[in-house]
Every structure is written in structure tokens, then in C-alpha cells.
Ligand binder design. Structure first.
Ligand SMILES: *Cc1c(COP(=O)(O)O)cnc(C)c1O
Length: 215
């Protein structure tokens, strides 16, 4: 019998295909131990997401040596003092949210000879407790990252504010993607990924809908 996580993943994949999209599904494995993740790795799933660097180092260093296809995504806040543990373990960083961090990544990507693919995190609500760049600072921020730091910025990421309909934020993301000519949007979680997909998400980040509730 197939493991429940595989059944869950495939039902999400079917929903994506029904909509005619090419959205990649990041299986967010934070807090789950490897024995819960292994069935998906063995099944051949490629994209996995973690939100804590230390946890990811412990869980994924060995796995990535065994499975060279795996792409690891950092979806949580990245402290500048953790960047050195981050490369080359993470192939994607979804949470670029300051010039200080951009500079640090820039230093280590030269040192490691490895350029991670990077999303700029957008803070729509100007919520102090949430990280991200505000829309009115985005022009300046993108310019700095590309000119001064030679970062491989591939797109934008958001966690919509809890207030209001997530659709309105996904729609704004879609407009920003066009405006800045990016190829990728990282948006949509277990509760709102179908809406995110209908607004052109290229990566959805799904945890509980695949692995079950986190304790
Ligand atoms: C945990 C997390 C997710 C996945 O959340 P689920 O609701 O379990 O799908 C997605 N994105 C970020 C940034 C997260 O921290």
C-alpha cells in the first residue's frame, strides 16, 4: 500500500494538472523526522522545504549526498549568522528580506562557488511581525541586489496577511511578476494553494496537507 504522504501528494498534483498549470510542489517537511519524509524521497519527489537551518543541516546533509536530485528550499527567516551553514545545502532561498542578508549571501556564494536561486519575500501588510520587503521599497531593493551583490533573484515570495482574502494578494503578486519580468512566484500553502495556483503560482509550499498536522 502507498504511504499516505504519497497519496496526498498525488491528489495535489492532480488538482494542479486539472488546472493546466506547471506549478511545482514543495513538500514542506519542517518538524517531521526523516522516517516520515523517506517515502516521498524514495518515490522520487524532488522539492522539499524547511524553515530552520539547523534542523535542515541535521536532516538533509546526508540525504542530499545520497539523492543528488533533491532540491532543498529554505522558506523561513534566515539570520545572517546562519548563511554560512546554508550554502550549498539549500538550492533555493525564499526569504530574502534585507540588504544585510543580501550582502552576506553574496559573500558566501563566492566562497562556496555556488549561487542559490533566490526569492525576495514581500510584506504586503507592512506587518511588523512578518518579514519581507514592502512594495514601495521593491524597486530600490531589486536594483541593489542585482547590481551590487550579483544575486540570482528568480522571483517573489509571499505569505499573505491573515486579514482579508488571500486571492487579492496573489493577484498583486501576479502583477508584480509581470511588472518586474520575473519567472517565478512562491505562494500558496495547505489552506490556500488552489487560489495561489489560479493566480499563477510557480511554487506552492505545502506541509500539513501532505504530511499531516504538525504537533
Ligand atoms: C510551514 C510553512 C508552510 C507550509 O504550511 P502548511 O500550512 O503546513 O502547508 C509554507 N510556507 C511557509 C513559509 C511555512 O513556514
Amino acid at each position: 500500500m502507498q504511504h499516505q504522504s504519497i497519496i496526498n501528494l498525488n491528489s495535489i498534483k492532480n488538482e494542479v494538472e486539472l488546472r493546466g498549470n506547471k506549478t511545482e510542489i514543495i513538500a514542506v517537511s519542517k518538524t517531521f523526522q526523516l522516517d516520515k519524509i523517506k517515502p516521498l524521497i524514495d518515490y522520487g519527489h524532488i522539492h522539499f522545504g524547511e524553515n530552520k537551518v539547523q534542523e535542515a543541516v541535521e536532516k538533509w546533509t546526508e540525504q542530499k549526498k545520497i539523492n543528488k536530485n533533491i532540491k532543498l528550499h529554505l522558506i523561513g527567516k534566515l539570520q545572517t549568522n546562519k548563511v554560512k551553514y546554508c550554502l550549498p545545502l539549500f538550492d533555493y532561498i525564499h526569504s530574502l528580506d534585507s540588504l544585510k542578508l543580501a550582502e552576506k549571501i553574496s559573500t558566501f556564494q563566492i566562497k562556496e562557488k555556488f549561487k542559490p536561486k533566490i526569492f525576495i519575500q514581500i510584506n504586503f501588510g507592512n506587518e511588523v511581525q512578518k518579514n519581507g520587503i514592502q512594495i514601495n521599497e521593491l524597486d530600490f531593493f531589486i536594483n541593489e541586489c542585482q547590481k551590487n551583490f550579483d544575486l540570482d533573484i528568480i522571483g517573489l515570495m509571499c505569505i499573505p496577511p491573515n486579514t482579508g482574502n488571500p486571492k487579492s494578494y496573489f493577484e498583486k503578486m501576479n502583477k508584480l511578476k509581470e511588472e518586474y519580468n520575473f519567472n517565478n512566484l512562491s505562494m500558496g500553502m495547505s489552506s490556500d494553494y488552489l487560489d495561489a495556483i489560479s493566480y499563477g503560482a510557480d511554487f506552492v509550499r505545502i506541509g500539513s496537507k501532505i504530511f499531516g498536522e504538525r504537533s
